[in-house]
Write a protein that binds this ligand. Structure first.
Ligand code: ATP
Ligand code: MG
Length: 456
């Protein structure tokens, strides 16, 4: 829930609580007053009757006239108010009621119902009539609940209307004030979202409120710093992988020029020993052949190492063909358990040499990971240009339908070097990198980077 609605809700709740307290107070006062009226009436009538009894006792009045109910006419009964005299047997001897006021008709039913439930007949008052210790019945005064409810309602209804109008106005004003006051917060939030999406060029404007202005200054300073650090990191990562690439080339060259030459010489020597031995010492032929096979076996594994260290094919065959060969190799060694496929477009051939090397290495590691960890049926490599992106952006994805992630996740270091290396290469390309299990199952690698294409 956002702050605007939270405040509006709180204000409404507080206003409702105030209104309920006010209504309860009005109700309480109405009830107290009604009860007071009843008590006063019951006492007055009771005392008048006791006075008549004393007159009868002093023979200034006659017993047959008791109770002299005409006294009631001297009191003006409230609308809905009744007074009655009951004998010892509980039977009503005399009673009188005031007429009902029409106001009670307009009281809503729910209010009347609630009134009856909470107040009920608690308003009645009784006065025992006695003279010289002899009881002559009781006077009871009561008020029709519909009438007292109508009275309470006539006070509460305008209060309710006023509260509703006030609350509505208050909520509206609060909402508008909060919307205005939070405008900078909206801008800060959208700036943070842009930053989270990787837009390091985003800056916040100056704000009128000093607190927000301070946030804006700190945000801008941090974004500047982040931009600087990110570009330095990308630079560093670029130099790191370039150095690594150079080192690999150097090792590959040394291996090729030193060991490969010597292995070739060894092979030739073994062949010549075999030829001579066939004529002069046939018992040495088998050993010479063994030597020959060992030399050519070592040559083969050296070639594989050389290909890994420096995929010559990129220079000779181009990126697309080299990647196709790489995918074929994986298809071959998986013996049909996993089907590796590769989709791309011809313009990927126009990627610059360093970019092609990074792309090749990233796909190489992703395919090795899929073979090692995924146990997948299908692995798909896609390398395409993003449509309508200016400058040109390339999207690379390697997706499999395997286990998603190995069971043995052992903390960050245990993740190995492959993903770290890929991330560094993507950083060197100033691109975005994401790798992890997919919600639909399997593992996915998504890379996106800007680039410039060589003219075809
Ligand atoms: N395609 C995949 N399917 C399932 N899990 C994967 C996949 N690719 C990577 N992982 C998981 O991510 C972890 C990190 O991969 P990473 O390439 O960094 O390390 P590694 O392959 O274990 O070791 P290294 O690459 O250093 O030889 C792996 O150990 C594995 O658990
Ligand atoms: Mg790996």
């Amino acid at each position: 829930m956002n702050l605007k609605w939270l405040l509006v809700r709180r204000i409404t709740l507080v206003a409702l609580a105030c209104f309920l307290t006010g209504s309860a107070f009005v109700l309480y006062e109405t009830v107290r007053e009604a009860k007071g009226h009843n008590s006063a009436l019951a006492e007055l009538v009771g005392r008048q009757l006791e006075l008549q009894l004393s007159r009868i006792d002093r023979s200034t009045d006659i017993a047959k006239r008791f109770p002299d109910w005409d006294i009631i006419t001297t009191y003006s009964l409230l609308p809905g108010q009744c007074v009655e005299l009951s004998g010892h047997d509980g039977k009503t001897q005399r009673s009188s009621c005031g007429g009902m006021d029409n106001a009670s008709v307009t009281t809503p039913k729910w209010f009347l119902q609630a009134y009856r439930t909470f107040v009920g007949g608690n308003l009645d008052a009784v006065w025992p009539v006695s003279y010289r210790g002899v009881s002559h019945g009781t006077v009871a005064a009561s008020l029709n609940p519909a009438e007292t409810a109508a009275q309470a309602w006539s006070t509460i209804a305008p209060l309710m209307l006023l509260s509703a109008v006030l609350v509505e106005a208050l909520c509206l004003v609060t909402y508008m004030i909060v919307v205005r006051a939070l405008q900078p917060a909206e801008e800060i939030l959208s700036g943070l979202n842009r930053l989270a999406r990787g837009d390091l060029g985003c800056r916040l404007p100056a704000f009128r409120l000093s607190e927000f202005n301070r946030i804006s200054e700190v945000f801008n300073a941090l974004t500047d710093e982040l931009g600087k650090v990110t570009s330095e990191r990308a630079d560093l990562a670029g130099r790191l992988v370039d150095t690594q690439e150079q080192e690999r080339r150097h090792i590959a060259r040394e291996l090729h020029d030193e060991i490969a030459q010597k292995l070739a010489a060894l092979n030739a020597l073994a062949a010549s020993i075999r030829t001579v031995a066939q004529r002069d010492a046939p018992e040495l032929v088998a050993e010479a052949r063994q030597l020959e096979e060992m030399a050519s076996g070592a040559m083969k594994s050296l070639r594989r190492t050389l290909t890994y260290l420096r995929p010559q094919e990129i220079d000779d065959l181009g990126l697309i063909q080299s990647l196709k060969d790489l995918v074929d190799q994986h298809n071959k060694i998986s013996f049909g358990r996993t089907r590796f496929s590769f989709e791309t477009t011809a313009e990927m051939e126009q990627l610059r040499a360093e970019t092609s090397a990074h792309v090749y290495r990233i796909i190489q590691e992703a395919l090795t990971n899929a073979s090692k960890h995924a146990n997948a049926r299908n692995v798909t490599v896609q390398l395409n240009r993003l449509p309508d992106a200016d400058p040109v952006r390339i999207r690379l994805s390697v997706v499999d339908d395997g286990v998603g992630r190995d069971g043995d996740e052992r903390g960050s270091r245990a993740l190995g070097w492959g993903l770290i290396g890929m991330r560094e290469r993507v950083l060197a390309l100033s691109g975005k990198f994401a790798a992890g299990p997919l919600p639909s199952g399997g593992f996915g690698l998504q890379v996106e980077f800007p680039t410039a294409l060589r003219s075809a």
